[in-house]
Every structure is written in C-alpha cells, then in structure tokens.
Ligand binder design. Structure first.
Ligand code: 5AD
Ligand code: SF4
Length: 474
C-alpha cells in the first residue's frame, strides 16, 4: 500500500535540493506526495535557521500539529534541516510529539528513522558533530552530502535543476549560523558532479544551477591536481543537452579572473553573478568579519564589468547589523548607487544564538530603524533596477521559457494553450510574454516593449508568430 508524505520546505536552494533528495528516497520506499496534512502518514518540515523569523514560522506550524498528532498518534512527524541541527533536543521540548530530528548532514537516515518510529516508536535524532566536537576529519565525515537520487517532479520545472557541488562554509561571518549547521566546507568530486549532470541531461534538463554556500570557493584536490569552479564549469559545458549553467552563491574575495574569463568565453554559462556585499561600510564589514573592504569589492566589480560586458550582478544586504550608525548605513546607500545591482535581497539583521555576533556584539539597532533602512535601500534598488532595465526596450533577448507566469496560474483558464508565460534571460532577468504553453523549456528570442523594476515585458520573435493575448492585466 502506498503511503502519503507531506513535506514543507523553507529557506535556500540548498534546502530545496535536500527536500528533493528526501522525497526521492521516500518514493523508493513507496511514498507518494500529498498537499494535505490530514491525508499524510508522514509529515516533514525542512527548516531554515538563517533568520529567527523562519524558525518562528516552523515552530508555529509544529504547534498547529499538536492536536492532529493526538488524534492520529500513528503519524510520523519529522523536523529536518538547519533548525534541527541547531536546536536538536530543544525541538522535542517545544513540540514533544515530534518523532525525528535530522540535521542537514544526516538526511540519508530519514527513511530508516521513519521505519524505526513506525516499528518501535520513541524519539530519534540524527545529527552531525558540532564545530568543536571532534577532529576536523570526524566533523567533516559527520556532514554527508546527500545527492544519490534525482526526482524530476520536485524540481522548479522538469528542465531546470539545482546541482550541489559543495557543502558547508568556512567563512564564519559573525552574523551567520550556516557554518555551524552545515559544517565545514567540502567540495564534491568533479566525477560525481559530472555524472549527476549527465543523469540530469538524460532526463531532459536544460539548465543546471550549481549550488554551494560559497560556490566560487569550490575546490577539489584529486590525483590530477586541484579542480576549481572555472574548470568544473568548462567540463560541464561539454555536456550535450545542457544549454545553460548558473551558480549561486558567491563570495567576493574568491571572484578570480579565471572564473570571470570562463564566464565570458563559454556561452552556456549565464552572465549573471550573485555576489553579496552585505554592507557598504568598512567598519560594518569588519564587524561582520566578511574578509574584504569596500575597495576590494569595488575592484571586484570593476573586474567583472571589464571582463564580462553585458553581465549582471546582484547582491544581498543586511541592514541594522550590530552598531550600524546612520553614517555607516549612508555608506551602504552610496555603494549601492555606485554598484547598480540588477537586484538585491535585503534583510534586517536577526541575531542568531551560536554565532560570534550573538556572543560578542550587541543587537542594538531598534527594529523600527532596521525596517526603515530596509525600505529605504529597497526603494533605491528598485529605482536602479527600473532605470537599468530601460536599455532593454526595443531589444531582443534570449529567454529560457519556464512556463505559465504566476499571474496566468491564478487567472487563466488552466486548459488554454496560449497564455502568459515567464522565463529568464541569460543575465537572469525575468521576462513575461504571451505564448503557447508548449514553448516551456525552449530558448527563444523575445522583443521587449515595456519594463518594470522586476520584469521585462515582450513578444516572442519567430517566423510563426504566436498570437498574442490581450488584456492580460500586467
Ligand atoms: N540576519 C539577517 N540576514 C542574514 N543573512 C545571513 N545571516 C543573517 C542574519 N543573521 C542573510 C545574508 C546572506 C543571506 C542568505 O541571508 O545577507 O547573504
Ligand atoms: Fe554565512 Fe558568510 Fe558562509 Fe555566507 S559566507 S554562508 S554569509 S558564513
């Protein structure tokens, strides 16, 4: 008899990928996915600890299951991912009806642990070692990558996939919990990565996004020398069927010229670089222990712009980090105006117990100030995005069609063949246009006639032009 699995995933691309693997491993055991908690035999939460808000959301979701589990004691409830590794047994204290707690480095144990709960009951944990709980080798071994299986149905689309090339992080930025939850940085072997990319290509995947916490720091020391991201991208470029390669997320200090030249010279590689700046103030960067100065970042931006014309760069920022003054925030605004990112993800600082920031620095910027700075930075970024998108007016761009747009999903007749589609350019800009849903997965030229801060609006340029819909309301 098939069993039903309900899984909720929050957080980064790494978590999406982890969930894909967990689902695939449970499908092998006869599970099917369900959208309804009430139907599920097993309920899993794949969690994030990067900001407190994400943890609150998970604890509230768990709270809502209290009565459900009382009524259905046979169901298995599991907490996976970074919050599992960080909070460990605290999860059982806050939600005593949880059965398993599994860190991101031990996900291969999920199927066995579920069976164990079903046969013996009891609460079980599978966690990796803490950063100080053993030798470096022991700690590394306790954080395993979990990439054996691919499940096309869990992907963003059938022709797009994430591929993990690295786990963990050794940078220890003072605000960040990731080095604690995901352990030491470890690169996967190029052979494994290439094999997996071949499997993906055979499944019809056209776009692969390589993921790692600091993906451009990737290195693997093998018998034939050290392989870096540039070499890996060049090897992946050879794979037939793969038409686009992306990689996230980057660390400014490791943005080497060989990588930039590879992006320039290999056409399948997306000319898009997400490389978080976090703050435009040297003092704040020092307190964050980011390992670079404003000038270093500026020089990196110059190198990117000189080496790869037409590339786009996006960033992350944290506002209201410990001790951030108005003047320091002003320096962030100036640098944002100077760098003119394609887009930025902006976060209010959230103190994370277990980090150096929480231990040594005071979270002293009031929440209203964080909110104001967040809004201010966002509105400047949006203005920049809208201004810079103007250059696309009247241009043709190459779009990998992803499928119906969000708007179409909510508003269109689900059976209609022609509807509003969305896709991305080579430099990661979102494009919306009308077309037949069968165009999904193709790379097509689209002529742009209107722009907003977030989107380019266009029409497909083909000999057999697809009839346009009117009144799409965008
Ligand atoms: N508070 C707020 N934002 C954070 N980030 C990481 N840790 C924190 C934190 N404690 C942000 C950084 C990072 C992105 C993934 O999340 O900007 O680049
Ligand atoms: Fe966190 Fe810094 Fe590592 Fe990124 S580089 S995962 S922000 S510690």
């Amino acid at each position: 008899m098939t069993k039903k699995l309900y899984i909720e995933t929050v957080g980064c691309q790494m978590n999406m990928l982890d969930s894909e693997m967990v689902v695939a491993s449970l499908r092998k055991k006869g599970y099917e996915l369900t959208d309804a908690v009430s139907e599920a035999d097993t309920i899993l939460f794949n969690t994030c600890s990067v900001r407190e808000h994400a943890e609150h959301k998970t604890y509230s979701a768990l709270g809502r299951l209290r009565e459900h589990k009382k009524a259905h004691p046979g169901k298995v409830i599991g907490v996976l991912g970074c919050m599992a590794q960080k909070d460990q047994k605290l999860i059982f204290e806050k939600a005593p009806y949880v059965d398993i707690v599994v860190g991101p480095g031990q996900l291969q144990q999920v199927p066995d642990l579920i069976e164990k709960v079903e046969s013996e009951r009891g609460q079980h944990t599978a966690l990796s070692l803490g950063r100080k709980s053993g030798s470096v080798d022991q700690i590394k071994r306790s954080h395993e990558t979990f990439d054996p299986l691919r499940d096309p149905t869990m992907r963003p689309t059938p022709f797009q996939a994430y591929l993990r090339i690295q786990i963990g992080c050794d940078k220890f930025c003072t605000y960040c919990i990731v080095p604690m939850t995901r352990g030491p940085e470890q690169g996967r072997s190029p052979e494994e990565i290439i094999d997996e990319a071949n499997v993906l290509a055979a499944q019809g995947c056209k776009e692969i996004t390589l993921v790692g916490q600091t993906v451009n720091s990737y290195q693997y020391k093998g018998e034939s020398g050290t392989v870096r991201l540039s070499g890996l991208l060049q090897q992946l470029h050879e794979i037939e069927g793969i038409e686009r390669l992306k990689f996230v997320t980057n660390y400014p200090k490791d943005m080497t010229l060989d990588l930039l030249e590879t992006i320039r010279d290999y056409p399948k590689i997306s000319k898009y670089i997400h490389v978080p700046l976090q703050s435009g103030s040297d003092e704040v960067l020092r307190r964050m222990k980011r390992g670079y100065t404003v000038d270093d970042y500026r020089r990196m931006m110059d190198r990117i712009r000189e080496t790869i014309p037409g590339s786009s760069v996006s960033s992350d920022f944290i506002v209201g980090f410990c001790g951030e003054t108005e003047e320091e925030f002003g320096e962030t605004i100036s640098l944002l105006r100077e760098c003119r990112f394609k887009n930025s993800f902006i976060f209010k600082y959230s103190e994370r117990p277990g980090t150096k920031g929480a231990e040594h620095l005071e979270d002293d910027v009031p929440d209203e100030v964080k909110k104001r700075r967040n809004n201010e930075l966002l509105s400047i970024q949006n203005q920049i995005s809208e201004e810079d998108n103007q250059v696309f007016l009247g241009q043709n761009v190459e779009v990998l069609v992803e499928g119906p747009s969000k708007w179409a999903k909510q508003n269109s007749d689900q059976d209609s063949q022609v509807l509003q589609l969305t896709g991305r350019t080579n430099c990661d800009r979102i494009v919306v246009f009308d077309g037949n849903r069968r165009l999904a997965g193709q790379i097509l030229p689209v002529g742009i006639y209107e722009v907003t801060p977030f989107t380019l609006l266009g029409t497909v340029v083909t000999e057999h032009r697809v009839p346009a819909l009117t009144n799409l309301g965008v």
